[in-house]
Write a protein that binds this ligand. Structure first.
Ligand code: DX5
Ligand code: ZN
Length: 219
């Protein structure tokens, strides 16, 4: 199993000062920054686009950009996000497009790829893609908004994916996203997750460096 890795989400940062919020993530010692991209169609909310990533790079941010595309047609935008500085681009299984081709394209563009499952989507829906990915992201809330409650009923899905990873000796990271805090992160870790998106819990923490260190120190 991979070492535990916190990925604070910029969605919970200050949208008038995104570079400052991203700098807080780096200053706290987190290596990854999670970037939530929403299109107002696949999810009922809008966030930012590739220009924001470009601007964050221009501002000097060297964090690993973990880019979560919540888009109905993600394949149309992977190139723009790769060019803008994404290091990893994850795309959802639910919309209809050529998932295999899109995942391959992300790697051709020089990024790591990821496949994402909504709460209502069973693990079996991505089983055929598991040899082709660098990361599997299990949503532990219905995507669209930060600050929602963690869904403990997603823990068996995590455990199933972790079991397949072990059985078939896959190397991908297993990420969770939604309602992850210092309490729920322990259940996710016990179920086999290694990469933890934290939005509200990170930005609300009184000691953000201690928050990151606690996640990195999970067994
Ligand atoms: C939700 C996003 C999440 C969000 C998580 O649609 O995918 O990444 O930022 O926020 P918290 O950690 O506050 O649940
Ligand atoms: Zn996300």
């Amino acid at each position: 199993m991979h070492a535990p890795l916190p990925a604070p989400s910029l969605l919970a940062g200050d949208h008038a000062n995104l570079a400052d919020s991203a700098c807080c993530v780096a200053a706290a010692g987190a290596p990854w920054l999670h970037l939530d991209i929403m299109d107002g169609h696949f999810v009922p909310n809008l966030t930012f686009g590739p220009e924001t990533l470009t601007a964050l790079r221009r501002a000097g941010l060297s964090l690993f950009f973990d880019t979560h595309l919540m888009l109905s047609e993600p394949h149309r935008y992977v190139e723009a996000f790769a060019k803008a500085g994404a290091n990893l681009i994850s795309i959802h299984i639910e919309p209809a497009y050529d998932h295999t081709a899109a995942l391959a394209r992300i790697r051709t563009l020089g990024c790591k790829n990821g496949i994402v499952l909504n709460p209502g989507t069973p693990a079996a829906a991505v089983k055929h893609l598991l040899p082709l990915v660098d990361l599997v992201l299990v949503m532990t809330v219905q995507p669209g908004f930060g600050g929602q409650s963690f869904r403990a009923d997603m823990l068996p899905k995590l455990a199933q994916l972790a079991a397949w990873r072990k059985e078939f000796n896959y190397g991908w990271r297993l990420e969770v996203d939604g309602g992850v805090d210092l309490r729920t992160v322990r259940d996710c870790r016990a179920a086999g997750a290694d990469t933890f998106v934290t939005g509200s819990s990170f930005f609300k923490a009184t000691d953000r460096a201690a928050f990151i260190a606690e996640i990195q120190g999970l067994a």
